[in-house]
Design a binder for this molecule. Sequence first.
Ligand code: GLN
Length: 284
Amino acid sequence: MTYQSFIKNMQDKAYENGKEESAVILILEAVTKLETNFLYMKMNEEIDDKTISDFNKIFDIYLFENKPVQYLIGYSTFYGYDFKVNENVLIPRFETEELVENVLYRYDKHFKGQKVDVCDLACGSGCIGVALSLEEPNMNVIASDISNEALEVAKYNNDNLGAKVKFLQGDMLVPLQGYKFDIFVSNPPYIPNDELVDPLVKDNEPNIALFGGSDGMKFYDIILKGVKPLLKEKAIIAFEHGYDKKEEMLALAKKYFPNSKAEVLKDLEGKDRMTFIYVGDFKW
Ligand code: GLN
């Protein structure tokens, strides 16, 4: 059987079982250790028995055990880098790549060529801070999380990918006292506590990284209330948040930073997904 027919058969099987067809390519990449374009170059070649049996070991669990494919293969690709993930960290989402991209774009616009101190609060797997550190060597990144288990994964990713992030453990702003940042980024837990969440997410990903209080706004309030002393005179705050929180985010920004400009950005799906707050003297 060719790779192409095998993939088609397995995608059909995923679909029939109510699972994501995209998992097939992810698992096949993992077992062949081939990147997508190299895999596609093999489409008309015969697939060997060893690859099929390695594939099936993972695919059977994926089909029948309610486990995210990224935990089964042990990594997730984010901003072009493979990040180790396990049940102690949230699996990086596409939207969060857009947060990184927007932070890099605004760095270029407002700080280009300058060394800047950057914070990634509630870093989880470290994907935001590590990607920023790799993409922009002028960023000196400090990342923090309350979970020691998450920090272990984040440190592994930092070392494995050759980034230069420094990590701190502690609750929200507590471990960051005494530092001053030019750019303060966070994708905190933001799902409202009583929101219905897909069991694949809720039963596997760390709930501490998902839920953000009764309205999903708890952590933005804690951060914005206390972050002023941790900012340099001119600083950008960048958040990812729930798609229906535009007005709430703008209201919070106004409450704690009444003289600052705030803007809400849409993700590629057209959802209000990020808020950027510009504290101090910015030229537009
Ligand atoms: N975007 C994630 C989800 O919908 C939640 C991430 C978060 O709470 N920071 O599953």
